[in-house]
Design a protein around this ligand. Sequence first.
Ligand code: NAD
Length: 307
Amino acid sequence: MKILVTGGAGFIASNLVDELVSLGHSVIVIDNLSTGKTENLNKEAIFYRLDISDKNVETIFKKHRPDIVDHHAAQISVVNSVSDPIKDAQTNIIGLLNILTHSVKYKVKKVINVSSGGVVYGDPKQLPAKETLPFDPLSPYGISKTTGEYYLRFFSKVYGLKSTSLRYSNVYGPRQDPKGEAGVIAIFSKLMLRGKAPTIFGNGRQERDYVFVKDIVDANVLAMTKGDGEAFNIGTGIPTSVNQLFSVLKTLTDFDGEPIYGEARKGELFRNYLDSAKAKRVLGWKPKHDLENGLKKTLGWVRSVND
Ligand SMILES: NC(=O)c1ccc[n+]([C@@H]2O[C@H](COP(=O)([O-])OP(=O)(O)OC[C@H]3O[C@@H](n4cnc5c(N)ncnc54)[C@H](O)[C@@H]3O)[C@@H](O)[C@H]2O)c1
């Protein structure tokens, strides 16, 4: 198949592009390299350095006529979305609309849209969070990801565009940037491998659902042929506290110190983890990596880039 991957120079989508290329697909990448890196780009993929809200996006659709669009390009920082909500909306809403309107015009068979189970439910009223929980975003990033899902529903109803939204939990793994939603793993790994103590903000009991990037890639590949018009949580369903994370990394890195405890971050959610039973039922997806396994692979990568 011809697959257009937006954000393919970034952490998650570059791992996806590698897998799609190895499965024999022909892959086209659009990325403006705002946070993505050229070294992440797969050499077999055709690359366009372009903003997803640019009018020249149409030329790419016209030339390549992709079967599938897998949309990962986004402004991903909650903090930046608060300081500059217009910039967030420009990419996460206007950029998405540019991709969706051309997907309709050039008869794309399916769009996969990336949402976030970490932000669309706000402070979840029930855990593990199920897709049936109401939207309650608490930041401009959360609002733009939620809005994206509404636009997908609209394009599906009005234009018959097939689509799936994947709501990731906190993704970690090779090529992860410390600024992402699971940035704590990248930060801790790098410091602890150098024998330096990481800082834990608050008491370290805040819990997240850390999912390994290769499992996220599997979910995307499955969603290309399964499911339509729905959103799926993609997470492990297992809450892990920052203290637990520190202690697993301590064993894996042979770090012999203790963490530094700093002041709690204002507005940080205390607990979030996702119920992915629907993804298992409809997509046939379940994570293959437990935390230890995923962290071992991540540490291997951190070592290789810092050697
Ligand atoms: N990392 C996580 O834990 C997590 C969790 C939930 C959802 N997500 C979503 O997954 C997707 C990928 O995130 P990531 O963690 O790999 O981040 P990333 O920053 O590594 O990837 C985003 C990519 O999009 C590109 N990009 C940004 N704005 C663009 C624009 N206007 N035009 C073209 N390209 C643009 C960046 O250069 C980058 O390569 C995003 O949609 C993000 O919201 C990530």
